[in-house]
Each structure stands twice: as structure tokens, then as C-alpha cells.
Design a protein around this ligand. Sequence first.
Ligand SMILES: CC1=C(CCC(=O)O)c2cc3nc(cc4[nH]c(cc5[nH]c(cc1n2)c(C)c5CCC(=O)O)c(CCC(=O)O)c4C)C(CCC(=O)O)=C3C
Ligand SMILES: [Fe+2]
Length: 376
Amino acid sequence: MSDASPYDALLLLSFGGPEGPDDVMPFLENVTRGRGIPRERLEAVAEHYLHFGGKSPINDQNKELLAALRRELDARGLGGLPLLWGNRNWEPYVTDVLREAHEGGARRVLTVFTSAYSSYSSCRQYREDLGRTLQTLAEEGRRLDVDKVRHYFNHPAFTDVNAAAVADALGQLPEQARAGARVVFVTHSVPDAMNDVSGPPAAGGGAYVRQHLDVAGEVARRASERAGRTLEWDLAYCSRSGPPTQQWLEPDVNDHLRALHADGVPGVVVAPIGFVSDHMEVKFDLDTEAAETAEEIGLPFARAATVGAHAEFVAGLVDLVEERAAQARGEAPARPATGALGPSHTVCPVDCCRNLRADLPAATGEDYRSPAVAGA
Ligand SMILES: CC1=C(CCC(=O)O)c2cc3nc(cc4[nH]c(cc5[nH]c(cc1n2)c(C)c5CCC(=O)O)c(CCC(=O)O)c4C)C(CCC(=O)O)=C3C
Ligand SMILES: [Fe+2]
């Protein structure tokens, strides 16, 4: 019998995205407030959204994931566990969602981020969103506690579903491009400085890249087994922003495709392991821009699916919910992980994925102290 106690609600915490053309600029202002993104970059990114009718794909993808999570929870006898959805940058905003949950009786909420890796952008910034929310609710006299599931980049469900997707995409390449095809794993670029401080300080930083390399190697190994031959692979990056003076992780996927073509590689599978669903970065930066680059140079190109709401991935997330709940009850559940890094920490250590701009309260960390509750 499944057990999610001591948690009384589960929250999917995500990025948020615009629902139509009028939302695009206000959304981008929410995302970039105080972050020093050049105006030209903002205008270019607004065009990406407008190219798709001003609507981000991310909200519908989250709704699909929520429906799949609901089915899996119900199937495991967790039909009574409320499932919530909140975002950082667009409605439904996480503060509103947790306020309403508190009103409905929730006191201890477990969260799953729609992001699998360690870094300020992919982990700590969500923890700060929760920290700010708990501060707001405390000022309103509401006490709520939150925890999160561990990073799932190396959970077997994540690596397995990605490996099947790579093998499928390989099969979509024209016959003559298949044998020597390269797998190009892609993730979101971040500033070098952000990568340098990613993960627990005790591990020496650089966790963002290290985790991706670990997943890439494991996914390639599993996809090679499926394909019956050893697949060569690289890691490339997309969606660089920020001023040109700042160093971000490279190579850019477009540059890398050109370099592979120049080396005589006959085809590529582009596998966006850095994304859990087909976000705008996947739809625009890969399916539109990188696909155009490949077309231009005559390089056969197939894009591997993201995990999305795949049943095996969803089951893995619910396994992680059960695992975290068991830990919260003082039990020692199995913590499966693929690759060389082992299961990630349960509670983020002090200065994990440090914020280089400001020191803000970040919930679900070792040094986090719940704010004083007004009137308590
Ligand atoms: C590591 C990472 C993830 C993966 C982890 C996770 O999933 O959270 C991610 C996700 C996402 N990023 C997204 C959108 C944007 N990110 C931006 C800006 C930035 N992202 C960064 C990093 C990441 N971002 C960084 C270092 C910046 C620079 C500014 C800053 O330091 O904050 C900007 C501003 C314009 C621009 O400069 O591109 C936009 C519009 C969307 C929504 C997509 C949709 O609508 O489908 C999603 C899921
Ligand atoms: Fe981003």
C-alpha cells in the first residue's frame, strides 16, 4: 500500500509561460526582472513566442503531466492526495496556489520541480520562489512546510525513457545516415559562473555539467544496447542569453552541427536531455533553428522526444514521491540511480547552487528556517 504521509499535498512547481500574444511581454518582464538581459535578446525571444501564436507550449504540457500524475497516484491508492500546480513566472502563481491549499487544510507539501538538474536556474531559483511564498503566507498568519524530491536526472526512469527516445530517433534517420550518426545531447546553456557554483560546495561545483555528462553517457550506453552498436555522443548547448561579454557554456548546438558536418559525420540525433518536455527552447531553438541549420548544410537530423508525460517517467516521479515520504517518516527506502554519481542529496546543503546576485531565503535547504508566523 502506498503512503505519502506526512505530506498532505503534492505540488508540481514549474516555470510558467504566456497563453497568448498579450501575455508575452509581461511574461518576459517577469522572467528577466533584475537579470541584465539585453533588450535585443528580449525582443528576439518575444519573436520566438509570437512565431507560435504568443502561446508557450509549457502550460499544456504541464497539464498533461498533471493528468498522468493523477492517474498514477490514483492507481497506487493515493487518490486522496491533492495534486497542485504552480509557477514562478505566470499563472497559476505558486504563492496563490499554496495560499489556497493552506485554506483547504494543507500544512506539509511535497514539491516536484519540472527540472531534473542542479544549478541556480534549475533548482535554487525554485527554492527561492518557495522561500518567498512561505514568507508571504507567514505574514498572512499561515504556516506551511515544504520539501522537495531529490534531483531526478539519474533516476532510472529518466535515463531509460530518454534512451528509448534516442533509439527511436536513430530509426527515423535515413538508412545511409544511421551507421555513423552522432548523438548530440542538448541542454540549456547557463553562464560559466553559474555552472561553477552549481551543486553542493563540498563536491567542488560544476554539478550542472557533470550531471549532464553522467546522464548523456548512461543514455548513450542504453541506447547503444537498443541499437546494437556503440553510439558516439557529445554534449552541446542551446538558448544562450545574457550579454556577449559573459562566458556561457559552449558549444552552441548550431555551431556544433556545422563542426560535425565538416568532420564528415553523416547524420545527427539531437536529444534534449536538459528539458523534461517540449518547451519553447525545444520547439524554437532545436526544432526550428537547429533543424534549419542542419537543413542548410545538408545534415540528416532527427530530434529525440523529451520524457514529457511518458508513463514510465511519471511512475518514476511517483516512486520519488514515495521515497521522499518514507525518508520524512524516518525510514530508509531504496534510492535507485544510474551512472556514476549516486542518488542526489535529499535536502540541499548550505550554499548549494549559490545565488551569485543576492542572498535570499531558499526553502528545502539545510539552513532554511521557517519564517515567524504573524499572530502565532
Ligand atoms: C537552466 C535553465 C532552464 C532549465 C531548468 C528549468 O526548466 O527551469 C531554463 C528553463 C526555462 N527557461 C524558459 C524561458 C526563459 N528563460 C530565460 C532566461 C534564462 N534561462 C536560464 C536558464 C534556464 N532556463 C538562464 C540562465 C537565463 C538568463 C536569465 C536568468 O538568469 O534568469 C528567458 C529570458 C529570455 C532569454 O534570455 O532567453 C526566458 C523567456 C522556460 C519557458 C519555456 C517555454 O515557455 O516553453 C523554461 C522552462
Ligand atoms: Fe530559461
